[in-house]
Structures are given as structure tokens and as C-alpha cells.
Design a binder for this molecule. Sequence first.
Ligand SMILES: [Zn+2]
Length: 229
Amino acid sequence: MKFLQTALNGYKTNQYKRRKILKKTAVNYYLLAKSNVTGLWATMYNDAPYGRKLYDAITQQVSNSSSRCAYCQDKVFHGANLNIDHILPASIYPQFTFTKANLVVACVTCNALKSDRDYYTLQNPGRYYPNSSNNWQCFHPVHHVYAEHIDRFVIQTNHIHLRAYIGKTSAGVAICTNLLVNVSEFEAKAVANPNVAQAINNLNTYMAKHCPNKTQALKNLISAMTTNI
Ligand SMILES: [Zn+2]
């Protein structure tokens, strides 16, 4: 609740009544999350005006902490390729939908490829988010330091832009195997065909602007593009 309150403080309004409704909305979402209700992130986005204001405030708060994707380390930009990722997927761990330690900035590609996959498979985590000393089996963007677990290489010329990731620890290897290999492959396939690359870019931009909570159809489309380009 503390995080929601902090995010809310970023929303400037002098109108006491509006602030009161916003606070009530935040408490309501917090309690629903702790009761394991799923789909709240999407519900909040579509719940204009107050749910959406809260959603925007959280997005702003999280994106203030970094301008790079927590997984592939590419630059992210508001309205272009920036998404908020739930490290432990909200569909599996709904109690952490609004937990600060579970929210990071991710690029559209990583967010779409990661989707609802659970790389962590925590046993009965309960209501409280596991802390940094937890034995995380996979790289955790908030609790781990990137450079200690992953080496990132980028090769760029006039014609190619390729990325490679090497895990330095078992947690680093796990995120490479689970996600970053697919991210590199996705980009390599995309740059091999400029028309497809442009189409993916257009789609990503559209999704970032209009569909932060991608529908299943869009997720399937991205998935199909990843495997069948
Ligand atoms: Zn990324």
C-alpha cells in the first residue's frame, strides 16, 4: 500500500474530493490484489478516470527508476517501446500486482516474449514478497545486479544489429535460456527482413501506445511472428 500511496503522491491535484476518490480506488485495488484477484492491471488501465490515473502514476513511478529494459538493457522511451513488467507474472502471483519490488521497466519485445511465463516457480510465497536473500533460481531485475549475472554484447554495423547475452551465474544462465536467447533471435530475424522489421516496429509502437495490456490475440500474433518469420 505504501508504494501505491507514493505513486499517488506524484499525481497533482488540489481538489480534495478527487484525491479522496483516488485514495479509495488505490486501497480497493490493493485489497483485491491481496485477495488474489487476477487481471487487476488490465482492469485498472480500463477503469477511467481514477483507475487509469492510478495506473499512470504507477507507470511513471516505475519508469522514473530506469530508462533501460530490465532484461535486454535496450533504451526504452515513453509512448514508443516502454512497458511495465511484472517480474512474477500477475496472472500467477496476483498478490504482487502492485508490489514495488515486482515492477520493472521492460521493452515491448521482452515484455511480449516473457508474457505470463513464470521463471521463478516459488512455492507458497504467501502475501509478502520474497526478499533479496531468497534463493532466486532466475535473474531478478530488482534483487540482482545485472552485470554480476549477465554479460551483454552488441554488434552493430551499417547493416546489422545483433545482440548476444551470456549468463555468468546460474541465475544469469536461466534468464538467458528462458528469455534473452529469444530476444536476440527475434531481433536477428527481424533485421534480416526490413519489411518485417518495419511491421514489427509499427506493431510494437501501436501496442505501447494503445494496448499496454495486450489482448491474447496480440500476444499470439507476437508469438507467431517470433517463431515463423
Ligand atoms: Zn528488453
